[in-house]
Design a binder for this molecule. Structure first.
Ligand SMILES: Cc1cc2nc3c(=O)[nH]c(=O)nc-3n(C[C@H](O)[C@H](O)[C@H](O)COP(=O)(O)OP(=O)(O)OC[C@H]3O[C@@H](n4cnc5c(N)ncnc54)[C@H](O)[C@@H]3O)c2cc1C
Length: 376
């Protein structure tokens, strides 16, 4: 069995920033990822980052990933185990089960950080199981990591930043983008991304969705239609599109299976993407010694994932007795200030509402625990 002070599942921006922060205090870190690379989603993000200028906005995600990978590899306190899938967490023993290139292994950490990111949401429509229906992240991986075009002509569902950016990247790669459809009455992503799409002559239909996909062995076409005020399709408004790819950019949901397995309290908060763990201001969940950061804690952006990762790494190093009190409270304040600044924009209002709901439940849970202790 491998033993380590801190195991981090996920070498995306959250996991890597946590690893670097904890290792800067001498914590021995084992950083695990099922991919062979460091950087998580960043490695496929060839676009210039949106966000806050001082925090990497304007830099391509893939460049940020390379920079983080260099720092991890240069740090003797971080052991990166790539191509290693974490299969499960055994609560009774506090052990992770790993599938490594050398075979099955077990790992017992003193602290665990879950930074596993998110998975893509599927939507229901006839034909959604045909080959040719992809998530936007999968399309990005195919094109930007493996250099493979997903098909010749695509229907994009969802006009958030991800839908808009991936549509643009497909157009750049020579895939015809037949249309972008959006169920809401307005475009979800930033105007700058929508304008780039429109300048290429790609129509964006708001208040529209997919009615069905059709084809014998794979997608051969799709039908879209307009929605009424009750989100029902309006008969007679159907448009048929000749596409071989349907790309879903309909949202992400936190990937937190290990937190369920660890017995952490979970709650469904739509503003954060679905079920998320309750966690305190140190990113520690209700399962003692188990922390969370990044999209696994609630769907946001890479910039917030990095700041949460630093906060979790700092708190973990502190919990292991490696950070002096005064330094911990100063650096913790810096992290919290950075997170508040990153969430200050109008697009973060829903996130703030979701976080407030999560904290309220966390408070209730803590009060219930105290009452239980007093009674016993
Ligand atoms: C198309 C697209 C464009 C985006 N553009 C921007 C942008 O411009 N600006 C911005 O700030 N944000 C952007 N984002 C969001 C940003 O990429 C994410 O918020 C960020 O990557 C989340 O970081 P993370 O570390 O939490 O998770 P991830 O980056 O998803 O990393 C999680 C890692 O965990 C690993 N993992 C998961 N489960 C296991 C397991 N069981 N075993 C081993 N490893 C596991 C995964 O392989 C992955 O490497 C974009 C997202 C997408 C999809």
């Amino acid at each position: 069995m491998i033993r380590t002070e801190l195991a981090i599942v996920g070498a995306g921006p959250a996991g890597v920033c946590a690893a670097l922060e904890a290792a800067s205090y001498g914590v021995k870190v084992t950083l695990l990822d099922r991919e062979q690379w460091i950087g998580g989603q960043l490695v496929k993000q060839t676009h210039k980052f949106f966000g806050w200028y001082e925090k990497s906005a304007g830099t391509r995600g893939v460049v940020i990933a390379k920079d983080l990978a260099v720092k991890v590899k240069a740090n003797p306190d971080i052991r990166f185990m790539g191509s290693t899938e974490v299969l499960g967490y055994y609560q009774a023993d506090g052990v992770l089960l790993l599938e490594t290139p050398q075979g099955i292994q077990t790992l017992k950490p003193e602290r665990l950080l879950v930074a596993t990111g998110a998975s893509e949401k599927m939507i229901l429509f006839p034909g959604n199981d045909l080959p040719g229906v992809y998530g936007a992240g999968a399309v990005q991986t195919l094109m930007n990591v493996h250099g493979v075009r997903p098909g010749k002509s695509v229907l994009m569902i969802g006009s958030g930043n991800i839908g808009l950016i991936v549509s643009y990247q497909m157009a750049q790669a020579g895939v015809k983008v037949a249309a972008v459809v959006e169920a809401l009455p307005h475009i979800g992503g930033y105007a700058v991304h929508a304008s780039k799409i429109r300048r290429l002559g790609i129509p964006i239909y708001t208040r529209h969705t997919i009615k069905e996909a059709y084809g014998t062995d794979c997608v051969e076409g799709a039908v879209i239609w307009q929605l009424d005020d009750d989100w029902q399709g309006i008969p007679g408004t159907e448009k048929q599109l000749d596409v071989d790819v349907i790309c879903l950019a309909t949202g992400l949901t936190p990937l937190c299976e290990f937190l369920w397995q660890a017995g952490a309290e979970m709650t469904d908060i739509p503003e954060l993407g679905g079920f998320v763990p309750l966690y305190d201001e140190h990113m520690e969940t209700t399962a003692k010694g188990i922390y969370v950061a990044g999209d696994a804690a609630g769907i946001e952006e890479a910039s917030t994932a990095m700041a949460e990762g630093r906060l979790a790494g700092l708190a973990i190093a502190y919990s292991l007795g490696k950070v002096p009190d005064h330094e911990f409270s100063r650096k913790r304040q810096d992290c919290l200030k950075e997170l508040a600044e990153l969430r200050a924009g109008p697009t973060s209002q829903a996130i703030l509402k979701g976080l407030a709901a999560m904290r309220e439940q966390m408070g209730k849970q803590a009060r219930a625990q105290t009452r239980k202790k007093v009674r016993s």
